[in-house]
Each structure stands twice: as structure tokens, then as C-alpha cells.
Design a protein. Structure first.
Ligand SMILES: [Zn+2]
Length: 296
């Protein structure tokens, strides 16, 4: 949260995910009233950066939420799913009786999540957004579709929020751009203590897929719905197109991943593929939305 005493701007508004002791932090009240925050700026759509927005809006936030055009389309998809999961978790806890709260309540509901959409305002990369005494600007961060680093300027002082950063050589998303010089940097550190391996996705996947298909098997790949699913589908398409794999049917079994994949066509300027390449790569995938078909 940035404040100059008069205006308050919140950078990202995520959920804690993972271990229970981390998730419990989602239930703590914020140190500031949501109604006193003037604007939110969002680096990207992932839930650990956007997932608290439904609670923020429900609890009184009435300002704009600035994000890039792909994020504006992605956020409602991810939040609706998150709201549904919160409700399912509460229902499950009530049925099994393992919560100490009676009844266990969801952190927020699917309806709360749907109310976020109308506060989202899309702004492209390299465009100044006037937030009163603050100005903010998105630059490509190379992470997922529409992900941005954020420079916020206040009276000549520049604050840079890296957001999650991607790699230079990702197959679908262009590399991060060098941001303008800054006085303060707030940096993500997910891979700060590790080296990425040089392993090639297509090569590794091709090897496993050939071995599995060769013995009449079915290759199942668990993948995150946003970003990873599309990268894997594209790799599979290239392997089939290049004759490295036989023409086997490819299924995408996730309503959320299906919705996200369709956004790649709409936001072709935000990734490396042309609209035609998207249609080629994703068009042949058979989409499975229902649980019944997924089980068959
Ligand atoms: Zn992320």
C-alpha cells in the first residue's frame, strides 16, 4: 500500500496460498479500511496477486482496479473459480464437521467474485495512468498473458514493482522489458535462490510422449490453467506438426483452461503467436468441460 497521507494506492491484492498457517492469514482484517483505498493497480491475474479483490470490494472498496487488457479478461475467470472453491471448501468443512466455526463460512462467494469485474479498467503497456498525485505505468514482465511490472511515480520519485517476472526464452510470452530507472525497487523472489534448468520443454515432453504412446499409453499432464496449459498445448502441437509425434487426439480437460486458451486469440499482441498460429495450435484440441466426459 502506497500512501502520501491523502491518497492510498494498493499494488496487487492477493490471497495467501499453500500451507494452512499461510492461508489463515487471509482471514485477518486489513490494516486499512477498503473504503479508504483510492485505487488498486494489478500486475497480473494470478490468484496470489488478485485473489483477495472479492473480499476488498465486498468490504467497501469502491475505486478503480487498473490492469492490462488481458488481465481484465483473465481476472474474472480466475476469481469466479476461486469464489466457487471457497464455497466448496466451506460446504465440505460443514459436511465433515472439521472446522471449529459453525457453520464454516467461505472467505468470499462466487457472487462476491463476480462483483469485481465492473471495477476493472484496462490500460495497455507503456501508457501513463493518472491516479491524482501518483502516476503509474505497466511494462511487459514476461510472466503470463498481460503480466506487467509497474512503475509508480510520486513527486519525481519512482517506485518499481517487478511483479512476477518471466524468462527471456519462454515459448509463448515475450521476454520482460527493461523498466525505466527507479529510486525504489520491490522485487519478486520466487526463483531467487535457484537456477532454471536449461531443459527444453519440447524435447523432454517429446521423449516422454513418444515412450508412452509407443506402448499404447495415454499421456496425462497436470498443468496450471493459466500459462502452463497453453505452453504444453503449443509444445504438443509443434511436436505433432513437426512429425515428432503421431497425430493423436489431444484433450484439454478444464473449463478454466479452455476459457483462458480462447483469450490467446483475442490478445494476440500480448504473446508470440499470430492469430493463425493460435488457431492451428489450439484449434485441434478437443475441449472437455463436464466431469462426466472427463471421467470417461
Ligand atoms: Zn504469477
Amino acid at each position: 500500500l502506497l500512501s502520501d497521507g491523502e491518497q492510498r494506492v494498493l499494488v496487487d491484492c492477493g490471497l495467501f496460498q499453500g500451507l494452512k498457517r499461510l492461508r489463515q492469514r487471509n482471514w485477518r482484517s486489513l490494516p486499512v479500511k477498503p473504503s479508504e483505498i483510492d485505487a488498486v493497480v494489478l500486475t497480473h491475474a494470478h490468484i496470489d496477486h488478485s485473489g483477495y479483490l472479492p473480499a476488498l470490494v465486498r468490504d467497501g472498496f469502491r475505486g478503480p482496479i487498473y490492469c492490462t487488457p488481458p488481465s481484465k479478461d483473465l481476472v474474472p475467470i480466475l476469481l469466479t473459480d476461486s469464489g466457487r472453491l471457497q464455497e466448496e471448501d466451506a460446504t465440505y468443512a460443514n459436511r465433515k464437521g472439521f472446522s471449529k466455526h459453525r457453520p464454516a463460512l467461505p472467505l468470499y462467494t462466487e457472487d462476491d467474485a463476480k462483483r469485481v469485474a465492473k471495477r476493472l479498467e484496462a490500460v495497455g503497456y507503456h501508457t501513463d495512468v493518472d491516479l491524482g498525485s501518483w502516476t503509474c505505468r505497466f511494462e511487459p514482465a514476461g510472466h503470463i498473458l498481460g503480466a506487467a511490472s509497474l512503475t509508480i511515480t510520486w513527486e519525481g520519485t519512482r517506485f518499481l514493482f517487478s511483479g512476477d517476472l518471466g524468462r527471456d526464452d519462454a515459448p509463448l510470452i515475450p521476454p520482460p522489458e527493461s523498466p525505466p530507472p527507479a529510486d525504489w525497487v520491490v522485487m519478486e523472489g520466487t526463483y531467487g535462490n535457484r537456477d532454471h534448468s536449461d531443459a527444453d520443454l519440447e524435447e523432454n515432453l517429446g521423449e516422454v510422449a513418444r515412450r508412452t504412446l509407443g506402448r499404447g499409453g495415454v499421456l496425462m499432464v497436470p498443468a496450471f490453467a493459466v500459462g502452463r496449459s497453453q505452453a504444453i498445448l503449443y509444445a504438443v502441437y509443434q511436436l505433432i506438426d513437426g512429425g515428432e509425434l503421431p497425430e493423436v487426439p489431444v484433450y484439454l480437460n478444464s473449463p478454466m483452461a479452455i476459457d483462458v486458451t480462447k483469450l490467446y486469440v483475442r490478445h494476440a499482441a500480448y504473446h508470440r503467436l499470430t492469430v493463425e498460429e493460435c488457431r492451428q495450435a489450439f484449434g485441434r484440441v478437443r475441449l472437455v468441460r463436464s466431469v462426466e466426459r472427463a471421467n470417461s
